[in-house]
Design a protein around this ligand. Structure first.
Ligand code: SF4
Length: 302
């Protein structure tokens, strides 16, 4: 595609990766004529959202007070409230089942978190890319290490809710971490930023309680960050061009990548299949999907 960009655009790692994964999935999730998310039936999304919310309330309280036990209480109260609010819905049991994993996370990671200065929680950061585009990302947590390994470094932290922790192979070619270091470096130019923490809460109960959580460290050498950034720029150009297509053209052109590894976790699978079967998708969309929160207009308004 030509790098000629008409409208400046912000492109997150998730959006760029989604387009690289499956154009059709990108169309459903990110084109302004669709911009949908599934209402139910996505337990891993609901679980991840719940854990993020609980950790957000913990780290906000901790940033204010630096009182660990008080902040844990705030987070557990938040969790209890979420359980009550979700009672009787599909999400209810999923959220209630997080009680032990969350409790264990706060026990396991206490000593490590005590070495962190909290610089920000849920920070939306932007940084320029080529062709008038911008990289954008929400950093779950930004910390500065007060003592021990990596002392003095500023580190973006990404919360993960997982069944298993990432393997070395999965960490080896990661794009999210390097992009986060670019966003942080651009917005905090005087800081030393050379790695990312993936803050894993394992939601399934395992016998060894120490294995219920893990903070995985990804080193990001400068050359690696630069190459990932160049890749993100190339994908962002494609995203911007796709975004500017009228919905009919985008629907006509967006190919599917029916790969079992991608499709099995795709929350757009029902819509994708209904279209493949030539069905009228209006009622499916109305009942099972809703506009997502990526900042586009409601499709009804387009
Ligand atoms: S189900 Fe598979 S082919 Fe269809 S949109 Fe999702 S990832 Fe693409």
């Amino acid at each position: 595609m030509s790098p000629a960009i008409i409208t400046p655009r912000e492109v997150s790692n998730s959006e760029a990766i989604t387009l690289a994964e499956c154009q059709r999935k990108w169309l459903y999730q990110y084109h302004p004529g669709y911009h949908l998310e599934a209402v139910t039936g996505n337990q891993s999304f609901d679980r991840g959202t719940a854990v993020h919310t609980i950790l957000e309330s913990f780290f906000r309280a901790y940033m204010e007070t630096y009182d660990y036990d008080f902040s844990v209480n705030i987070a557990m109260q938040k969790h209890a409230l979420m359980i009550v609010e979700a009672m009787g819905t599909d999400m209810g049991k999923v959220i209630a089942d997080l009680h032990l994993p969350i409790k264990q996370y706060f026990i396991n990671e206490r000593e490590r978190i005590l070495t962190w200065e909290i610089l920000g929680v849920e920070l939306l950061l932007r940084a320029p890319l080529a062709f008038g585009l911008e990289a954008v990302g929400k950093i779950d947590l930004l910390i500065r290490i007060k003592r021990g390994p990596f002392k003095g470094e500023t580190i973006p932290v990404d919360h993960k809710t997982c069944y298993n922790f990432w393997s070395e192979a999965e960490l080896e070619v990661n794009s999210q971490g390097p992009l986060y270091t670019y966003l942080v470096k651009h917005n905090f130019p005087d800081r030393v930023v050379q790695r990312v923490f993936f803050n894993n809460v394992r939601w399934r109960i395992v016998a060894d309680k120490a294995e219920m959580s893990k903070i995985q460290v990804l080193d990001v050498p400068k050359i690696y960050r630069q190459n990932i950034l160049a890749n993100h720029e190339r994908l962002s150009v494609q995203v911007a061009n796709w975004h500017d297509l009228p919905v009919e053209d985008a629907r006509e052109r967006a190919t599917r990548s029916p790969n079992p590894y991608v499709c099995k976790t795709c929350t757009m699978r029902k819509l994708c299949r209904a279209e493949l079967l030539g069905q009228d998708t209006k009622s499916l969309v109305a009942n099972e999907y809703r506009p997502n929160s990526y900042g586009y207009n409601n499709p009804e308004e387009n």
